[in-house]
Ligand binder design. Structure first.
Ligand SMILES: Cc1cc2nc3c(=O)[nH]c(=O)nc-3n(C[C@H](O)[C@H](O)[C@H](O)COP(=O)(O)O)c2cc1C
Length: 159
């Protein structure tokens, strides 16, 4: 059984989440950054995990395009979906749902919101300003949920 985690990340939170997930799933799991590597060939994998982060309510375009382009191929795989996002509760679920094609979302074995991390020192000035406006004085972040990542990995191992 071969597994690949394909992710998109702007400042590194989703990248960190992808590698935490790899640790849970085992060394043979491959990890590919869709923003820097060329599109992986899905043929070799029976489990495909897609993850990205949310900016202004949307996942990265590269992930959107990849998921819709390979929808039919992905329909034959075991699929897990995740996002990193600052939103909580219902809003976060809405963001998760709207990040992937509906059919793919419904067929996936597991889908989760892993939480968020903010690396202000890496951010563009514009993102820093937006973040300040969005968060106001309350700069708290939820952090990545190790528990959720473990639950996600367990769901894929079980089925
Ligand atoms: C400019 C900006 C806009 C953001 N917009 C959203 C948003 O609309 N919804 C949300 O849930 N999180 C939002 N976030 C939080 C990010 O999704 C979160 O920090 C995530 O962990 C970033 O992951 P990355 O480093 O892999 O890109 C925003 C963050 C920034 C800096």
């Amino acid at each position: 059984m071969k597994t690949i985690i394909i992710y998109t990340s702007k400042y590194g939170c989703t990248e960190k989440a992808a590698y935490l997930l790899k640790n849970q799933l085992g060394d043979e799991t491959e990890v590919v950054n869709l923003m820097h590597a060329k599109e992986p060939t899905l043929e070799r994998y029976d489990t495909v995990i897609l993850g990205g982060s949310i900016y202004f309510g949307k996942i990265q375009k590269q992930m959107m395009d990849f998921a819709s382009k390979y929808q039919n191929e992905l329909a034959k795989k075991r699929v897990g979906l995740f996002i990193c996002a600052g939103a909580k509760g219902e809003q976060a679920i809405l963001e998760l749902k709207s990040s992937f094609p509906e059919k793919l979302y419904n067929q996936s074995i597991t889908k989760e919101v892993f939480g968020d991390e903010i690396y202000e020192e890496k951010m563009t000035a514009l993102d820093r300003v937006v973040l300040r406006v969005v968060k106001g004085k309350n700069k708290s972040v939820n952090g990545l949920s190790k528990e959720t990542i473990e639950r996600f990995a367990l769901a894929l191992k079980k089925r």
